[in-house]
Each structure stands twice: as C-alpha cells, then as structure tokens.
Write a protein that binds this ligand. Structure first.
Ligand SMILES: Nc1ncnc2c1ncn2[C@@H]1O[C@H](COP(=O)(O)OP(=O)(O)OP(=O)(O)O)[C@@H](O)[C@H]1O
Length: 334
C-alpha cells in the first residue's frame, strides 16, 4: 500500500544542513497498523510527512496505492492526497467552526452536495461516538473528543491510509487507550492502513502489527512488534522495551548466593499455562518471583517474569532447559 524508496530529507537554512531522514526504504502492507518510534529529533515527523508529501523528500520515491506521488504536482497530487487522511497531536481543528462543520470541511472542498455531506457527517459522528456533540465547538470538547473529531474529519473523504502524527501524546492514559481502541476498530472495520508515529512503546504494543525504530534519521530496527519485544537488537530499541517492562529502570538484585536471575517471556496461550510450576516440579530448585507483568500485544496475551532460581548449578540449568523446551523465551540476566 505504501512504498518508500531511499527517502532522504535534508533541511537547509542559514548555511546549515540537517539530514532529518537518511536513505529510508520501507513498505507498509494494506490493512496493516505500522508504528514508527524514536526519541525527539529522530526524524519521525519528517518521515511521516513525506508519505503525503507535506514534506517533499530531497531524494527518493513515495508510492501510495500504486501511484508514485513524488512524480506528481498540482491538481493530480491534490486528488491523490485524498487517499491519505491525517490526524495530529494538537488536533488542528477550526475553533470557529462546529464539530459538524469541521468534519464537513474536506467534503465541501471536494465539491460534495449538501444533503450528501449531512448524511456522511452523521455516519462519521456515529463511527467515532460523537452523535450528541455535532453542534458543539472545539472549545467545548475534551481532548479525547477533539481527537475523535480529528479522526472523523480525516476519514471524511474515505481514505485508504490514515497517518497519525503523535495522535495520543496530548492525552491522559485512559483517553489514550480509548483513542487507540477506536483506531484499531476503524482499521478492522474499514480495512484502513494506518501509519503512526510515537515516542511511547505502550502505543506500539497496544495496536501495531509492525514497528520501525528510528534514530538519527535512520531506521535502526524493523520487525513485527512481537519480535522486537522479545529480541530487541539495537540499543535504542532495548531502551524503549526496557522502559516499558520496568519504568523505574531498576534491575532486580539477586538475593541468594548462587542464584540466577532469569527473564521469562510468555506469549499467547502459554501465558495462562503453569509452565514454570511444571519445570520446577521435583527438581529441588527454588524460585522467587521478583517482577512480573501480563499484558497484551494487540490481540496476543504476553507476560514477562523476572525470577531468581536457586539450588545447585546443574539443576538450575535443567530447569532453564525445560522452560526453553516448552517454548518459553528464557534469558539469563544475572
Ligand atoms: N523545517 C525544518 N527546518 C530545519 N530543520 C528541521 C525542520 N524540521 C525538522 N528539522 C530537524 O530535523 C530533525 C528531525 O526532526 P523531526 O521533527 O522529524 O523529529 P521527530 O522525531 O519527529 O522529533 P519530535 O518527536 O520532537 O517531533 C531535527 O534535528 C529537527 O531539528
């Protein structure tokens, strides 16, 4: 659905040059939710804005839905851009227009008739759960409601792709979850392809299928969310994954002489099985749970435990082997 080929974006101002995006190639499949994560200044905003040519890349090509946008200009580019909706961190609503008029705006621009616009606006208000709020103004809405208006407006022209530029960064955690659920719902109902940028791994874990990690204008890691969580390879990725596993950043300290600290990942139905109990049975190895979380990666249950195994060395090794044999990812961390 989206193909970025060797995209580079260099800003030049007052004799200075900044390579915001460096030679990025990536493909996003139809119906996928694709996340791009990175720290501030990594180049995420620049990259996502290259997809609809809000920023024209200095070199490289952008193809969306089979059309190479970088070859187009003027009216044809405008027409093709209707395939791509976009939502923003600060919503970018017209404060002097009602919710209905904000949503209708792109439809008026496209020359749609008034009765058709009204029907479409009703449909969109219901899709985003704002049926009761059509005649209000943005100032009368909460942040989450404003973002719902942003989503309805972005979907008005029935796009194939939705770009989300830090869409939940200005929202509290509960509202963030509600907006992420709405995005996932829309993705499933409409088959919409979604690309989002964020600096929060929580957002990636909740709704994305694949993720690209950016650093210094480059993609340093790209894979399914599950693989990135289980086996992060780049230091920046590891930092993001660890922040989520343990926001305090504190690594638990082994308390018994000879004990081994082991990080266990449970994925899918394993999360609910007594795998650890079975591996310990009859071995004489003792197990202390130092830390644990159970969460979801989109629809997949996922758990992480940090345990301390103590007993004699060969017995501990055999417990770890048995855990691995039952399909668990077991990593000795201390
Ligand atoms: N219009 C511009 N002119 C000059 N430099 C720019 C411009 N826009 C972005 N940059 C620079 O490009 C680099 C990447 O910026 P970008 O906004 O894409 O990063 P980001 O990952 O989205 O960061 P943030 O999360 O803080 O928005 C930064 O060094 C930034 O200062």
């Amino acid at each position: 659905m989206i193909a970025l080929q060797n995209i580079t974006k260099t800003y030049r101002s007052r004799g200075q040059t900044v390579d915001a995006v460096r030679d990025i190639t990536l493909h996003v499949e139809k119906g996928e939710i694709f996340g791009i994560i990175g720290h501030s200044g990594a180049g995420k905003s620049t990259l996502i804005r290259c997809i609809n040519l809000l920023e024209r890349p200095t070199s490289g090509s952008v193809t969306v839905g089979g059309t190479e946008l970088t070859k187009l200009g003027g009216k044809e580019l405008q027409r093709q851009r209707r395939k791509i909706g976009m939502i923003f961190q600060h919503f970018n609503l017209l404060s002097s227009a009602s919710v209905r008029d904000n949503i209708a705006f792109p439809l008026r621009l496209a020359g749609m008739k008034k009765t058709a616009i009204n029907a479409r606006v009703d449909e969109l208000l219901s899709l985003v759960g704002l049926e009761e709020h059509g005649n209000k103004y943005p100032a009368q809405l909460s942040g989450g409601q404003k973002q719902r208006v942003g989503i309805a407006r972005a979907l008005a022209a029935d796009p194939e792709v939705l770009l989300c530029d830090e869409a939940t960064s200005a929202l509290d955690p509960q509202t963030t979850n509600a907006i992420l659920s709405l995005l996932m719902d829309i993705n499933e109902k409409l088959g919409l392809t979604i690309v989002l940028i964020t600096h929060e791994m929580q957002v990636i874990r909740s709704i994305c299928d694949r993720v690209a990690v950016m650093d210094g204008g480059r993609i340093v890691e790209m894979d399914t969310v599950l693989n990135v969580f289980l086996r992060p390879s780049h230091p920046v990725t590891r930092q993001f994954v660890n922040e989520l596993a343990d926001p305090s950043g504190a690594v638990p300290v082994a308390r018994r002489a000879g004990g081994k600290l082991v990080r266990l990942h449970f994925v899918g139905e394993q999360t609910y099985e007594p795998v650890l109990f079975e591996a310990l049975k009859g071995t004489g190895v003792q197990c202390a749970i130092l830390e644990g979380t159970v969460a979801r990666m989109k629809h997949t249950p996922y758990g992480q435990l940090i345990v301390e195994l103590s007993g004699n060395g060969p017995d501990i090794e055999s417990v770890i082997d048995s855990l691995r044999r039952s399909g668990l990812d077991a990593e000795v961390i201390g």
